[in-house]
Design a binder for this molecule. Structure first.
Ligand SMILES: [Zn+2]
Length: 242
């Protein structure tokens, strides 16, 4: 379930912020395959518990020009604060702190963001709908997010088949474009449950959008694993086969 206190859902370990040797921090934008460098992260007075702490960065929420708002949670009480500046490139810039808007967000990792930014943003809309207790809407939202994830993943694997992938239904896309048996099986379960969320008749009567969300998370994990293994094998090719 969504942890309402923290308002941030991390499906895996947090790897979207990295500290450089000079103390600046590289942060990847939420739902965008783009990184910015913050000269420094200010210490803040937490708007919930009043503690003066160095916040733990959880991601950039918005960015217009050089202005940005970042979500950061307090290490004392674990509530999320929003810290904002008009110019993140200026080391002497002023930061303002306020309570976060309470909207839950899921931070995805690199292979998933690279494969489908659209999936990440639709998923977060569905998550917000769930938070607002819009149960039927969020199910359809997770279903739509899933469709973008699977189709964009298939296009990522087979860019030359893009037009067919866009046109075909999900089941056909999965059967014809995904070779990894684990990913194929998980994706097909997700597609079955997804149909239940968007159609009049429900086939898997003991499952609901929470199960769909769970399978989407498993699918993201499986794709991440597969991509990691592929890069390892590319880095360390079998010498005997040379
Ligand atoms: Zn606090």
């Amino acid at each position: 379930m969504i942890d309402l206190k923290r308002t941030i859902k991390l499906p895996a370990e947090n790897d979207h912020a990295k500290e450089n040797e000079d103390g600046s921090v590289e942060v990847r934008l939420l739902n965008k395959n783009q990184t910015i460098t913050l000269k420094r992260i200010p210490s803040i007075k937490c708007q919930y518990c009043g503690a003066e702490t160095l916040p733990v960065l959880v991601g950039v929420l918005e960015l217009k020009g050089k202005a940005c708002t970042i979500g950061a949670y307090c290490t004392e009480c674990e509530h999320t604060n929003q810290i904002s500046t008009k110019d993140y490139t200026d080391p002497d810039t002023e930061w303002t702190v306020k309570k976060a808007d309470g909207r839950p967000r899921c931070f995805f990792k690199d292979p998933i963001i690279k494969i489908s930014e659209k999936f990440c943003s639709i998923y977060n809309e569905a998550l917000y709908a769930e938070y607002l207790k819009l149960r039927d809407i969020c199910g359809v939202g997770y279903r739509k997010a899933l469709e973008f994830l699977i189709k964009d993943y298939c296009i990522y694997l087979h860019p030359e088949r893009k037009q067919a992938i866009i046109r075909d239904d999900l089941g056909k896309c999965i059967a014809e474009n995904i070779d990894n048996p684990t990913i194929k099986e998980v994706a097909s379960r997700a597609a079955w449950l997804g149909n239940d969320e968007s159609h009049y008749e429900k086939r898997w009567t003991n499952k609901n959008f929470r199960d769909l969300d769970h399978i989407i998370t498993l699918l993201c994990d499986a794709i991440e694993q597969d991509e990691k293994i592929k890069s390892l094998l590319a880095e360390m090719p079998d010498q005997k086969k040379k």
